[in-house]
Design a protein around this ligand. Structure first.
Ligand SMILES: [Zn+2]
Ligand SMILES: [Zn+2]
Length: 180
């Protein structure tokens, strides 16, 4: 009884590994990124390559997976909205429990094999989100956008406007002068 599709790119078959504790296998593959891998402002584009290097080790309780994944990120600077392109390398580590063990109903959070199959995608997804900066910027000192016209200040550092004062601000300025 398995809900996993053995042909899905991040579903791995552990049959060759066997279940004798201590046996291990190395595997490397490249697969297309699933949709929604990342956060709104920074993510791995759907279908772009994700390189995965893994070590699978049979332990008493299940299969321990350790390794890393590499991919290109695309996103936009939170200050100036320019495109941000970065590479990401994330560590992966997860113990997948054998599904034939008694299942503690409190244990919903753990990863389980389905038969010989394991699904790396949820683990990859969590690892990517954890590794992302939540406020991506094009450069550390990005000055952002002009609050008056929306121009990107990094492209035009000497950017300035005539001091055309909004009537609401001039009323405020008058008020401040009255107080002085
Ligand atoms: Zn920027
Ligand atoms: Zn401006």
């Amino acid at each position: 009884m398995s809900n996993l599709d053995p042909r899905a790119p991040f579903v791995l078959d552990t049959r060759e590994l066997g279940r004798r504790p201590g046996s291990d296998r190395q595997m490397s593959f490249t697969a297309p990124a699933p949709a929604g891998l990342g956060i709104e402002v920074l993510s791995i584009a759907e279908g772009s390559p994700v390189e995965v290097d893994l070590r699978l080790e049979a332990v008493v309780e299940g299969v321990l997976v350790t390794g890393s994944a590499y991919a290109d990120l695309v996103g936009e600077c939170v200050r100036c909205l320019a495109e941000v392109a970065e590479e990401i390398s994330v560590p992966l580590q997860e113990l997948y429990f054998y599904d034939d063990r008694d299942q503690d109903p409190e244990d919903d959070e753990v990863s389980r094999l389905e038969g010989d199959l394991l699904d790396l995608e949820p683990v990859l997804r969590d690892a990517v989100v954890l590794a992302l900066p939540f406020q991506p910027v094009c450069t550390e000192d990005c000055p952002g956008l002009c609050i008056e016209c929306g121009a990107r200040l990094a492209d035009d550092p000497d950017h300035a406007h005539e001091a055309a004062i909004d009537p609401r601000w001039s009323a405020l300025a008058d008020l401040q002068q009255d107080q002085d």
